[in-house]
Ligand binder design. Structure first.
Ligand code: UD1
Length: 424
């Protein structure tokens, strides 16, 4: 990973053309974890080429799996698992590594991992994951910053009610429950498309899951899973980011390989701002943003099908040049406005108070040196830079590359003046 790489963007170019949307990172991660449950080979298509996916493959390899990539296909052979620990360096690098807990426990009956610390967008505890696993028979001890989870008498089905519909907790329960004895019910489960994708994949392996995508999921434990092929769903967050990028340049974009039905949480906000969008049945969206844009009514991030917290940052970037006052309320993570101070360096007029951010649209942004400090906030800086007069230089590109497959090539292909300078 190149921690010194920078993106150089000369703003003001109208985007026009077609981008094929990559596979979903947030779907691919739990799906790669699911491979641990299979005594054999699983084949996953549409896996994006990202540092977070590489990290997941490294965890699989450390566990004893054979993991290889060819293009966007990742093949995992989990016939032999020799380890049950999630390495500390990977746990620190990618908090999402916690998604391996449920599957390692389900497969081996024990899992050790370092306690995930705070992270750049908030404290992100895992109490809901742990309490659910305890209800399923796991005994969890915490010592020297490590969690040791064991299942002395195996995992058993349980009725679990989540106090918040956590995506990660729902995924970990699904992963732990498929091989548990008896029936597990998850009440107030997360309904995100990534949950449905994971359940679809597990069912292809032979699991018995019903209700994914609804707030109650039922899992009937089975004794064994066998390998299968699965294609990861498109990344709705990346699609949303590129829509913001095109809109802020008042451009015209066709996105292919996406699923507009999973984007109803934010497409209406674009429409309300004056962006025209047309969706087609074959995974295409056409967007036209020639008109003057106006501020949308108050946007609140919500669990699916609401406005996703992951597109909040690119949308705040878009709103910096929309006429009027835009208000964003971040209800999911407590520290997700860190990109705002960088947007202000471009000339944006924004105030943040706690979980609320108020943006007064300005006529123009002007290029500056910026630093990305997390994934989606970093992408928001790119969006804003595309509209800023002059040159913007963005460091911290490694954060952006956790979730966007060569963002510079994708945007250059539709007319942006953007290049990546590597330190090596
Ligand atoms: C996943 C996504 C992330 C997205 C988020 C919400 C991945 C790898 N990441 O994160 O991109 O922004 O869903 O859509 O898929 N919480 C607790 N206790 C817990 C678990 C969560 O208090 O045990 C809180 C979190 O601190 C946060 C909220 O619940 O405030 C949402 O978290 P959750 O839905 O679990 O998000 P992640 O799975 O971490």
């Amino acid at each position: 990973m190149d921690n010194q790489a920078r993106l150089i963007i000369n703003g003001g170019k109208r985007l026009e053309g077609e981008i094929a949307v990559q596979g979903s990172k947030n779907s691919a991660l739990p799906i790669l974890s699911a491979a641990v449950l299979v005594h054999g080979e699983s084949i996953f298509h549409n896996c994006p080429k990202l540092s977070d996916i590489d990290a997941a493959c490294r965890i699989l390899t450390r566990l004893g799996c054979k993991c290889r990539r060819s293009g966007d296909t990742v093949t995992v052979d989990a016939s032999h698992i020799s380890e049950n620990e999630i390495p500390e360096n990977l746990m620190r690098r990618m908090r999402g590594s916690v998604i391996f807990l449920g599957s390692i426990l389900g497969r081996t009956g024990r899992c050790r991992l370092s306690f995930p610390g705070g992270c750049e967008i908030g404290s992100r505890p895992i109490d809901l994951h742990l309490s659910a696993l305890k209800q399923m028979g796991a005994v969890i001890t915490e010592e020297h910053g490590y969690l040791d989870c064991q299942t002395p008498s195996g995992l058993r089905g349980a009725k679990i009610t989540l106090s918040f519909s956590s995506v990660g907790a729902t995924e970990n329960i699904l992963l732990a429950a498929v091989l548990a004895k008896g029936v597990t019910e998850i009440h107030n489960a997360a309904r995100e498309p990534e949950i449905v994708d994971l359940a679809d994949c597990l069912n292809k392996f032979g699991a018995k899951i019903s209700g994914a995508g609804e707030s109650t999921i039922r899992i009937e434990g089975v004794t064994e899973l066998s390998g299968a092929e699965h294609t990861v769903i498109p990344d709705r967050i990346v699609a949303g980011t590129y829509m913001c990028a095109a809109a802020i340049t008042r451009g015209e974009l066709i996105l292919t390989h996406c699923d507009p039905s999973q984007m109803n949480g934010f497409i209406p906000v674009l429409e309300q701002m004056g962006v025209r969008t047309y969706t087609y049945g074959d995974g295409k969206i056409y967007l036209n943003s020639r008109k003057k844009l106006t501020a949308p009514s108050t946007v609140r991030t919500m669990p699916y099908p609401g406005f996703p917290t992951d597109v909040q940052a690119p949308f705040t970037a878009l709103c910096t040049t929309a006429e009027g006052t835009s208000v964003f309320v971040e209800t999911i993570f407590e520290n997700r406005f860190r990109h705002i101070s960088e947007l202000v360096r471009l000339g944006a007029s924004v105030k943040v108070e706690g979980r609320v951010c108020v943006i007064e649209g300005v006529k123009k942004l002007s290029g500056a040196k910026l630093c990305a400090s997390e994934l989606r906030g970093g992408a928001a800086l790119v969006v804003a830079a595309l509209a800023a007069e002059g040159t913007t230089e963005i460091s911290g590109v490694n954060f952006i590359e956790r979730g966007y497959e060569s963002i510079e090539n994708a945007l250059r292909s539709v007319g942006a003046d953007i290049k990546k300078i590597s330190s090596v």
